[in-house]
Design a protein around this ligand. Sequence first.
Ligand SMILES: Cc1cc2nc3c(=O)[nH]c(=O)nc-3n(C[C@H](O)[C@H](O)[C@H](O)COP(=O)(O)O)c2cc1C
Length: 203
Amino acid sequence: MISTSSKENTHEIFEEIKTNLTRGVKDRKHAFHNPVFCNVDQDGGVDSRVVVLRKFDPINMILNFHTDYRSPKVSNLKQNNKSMLVFYDHKLKIQMRIKTTSIINYQNEIAKEMWDKTKLLSRKCYLTSKDPSSLTTLPEDGIPEHLIGKEPEFEESEKGYKNFTVIENKINEIDWLYLKISGHRRLNLLFQNNKPQFQWLIP
Ligand SMILES: Cc1cc2nc3c(=O)[nH]c(=O)nc-3n(C[C@H](O)[C@H](O)[C@H](O)COP(=O)(O)O)c2cc1C
């Protein structure tokens, strides 16, 4: 049977996925702007947290986010680079569970290119004197006192580069789920050389 619905045409679904991931990067209000990134921790447990989607490369099927090199997730990804990004948009009624392999970019061309594009205010997060996730006796964010409530000057902001890291996540598989009262749809996209093989599943 040849289907006419855009939610039943595998190639159209793939194109729509790419469009929405691109929008998710550009539009801060798009639900795909803040996926949940999951990886394996040092004890073999699962760890998950919200991140900001910073880049989507539809040719190489790579999703990026930024983090602090001192964060435990960086050392954990060095041990095990298997990861996952989970997206949900209630307006689109679409969930995507994307299996990825993570690459840590630190003090290299990719990190430098992205760092040069960051705003002064975003750079502030990389200027904490204490490591992210380190224990503290008082409730605080670790930002130096003179920067509370203001942006750093360019020169000071540059010191943050020593902590700045770009995590590239190469897409291996997408589990796409479309929820609709009249009939849910679920499609698996398995990638080889950035080309998907499609498989329908019972939702
Ligand atoms: C809306 C939102 C966006 C966030 N974006 C990022 C991000 O892009 N990178 C990041 O490392 N942490 C981000 N965080 C903080 C993480 O969710 C997490 O709390 C922090 O990275 C510590 O996680 P870890 O212990 O796994 O290192 C964000 C949190 C929220 C609520």
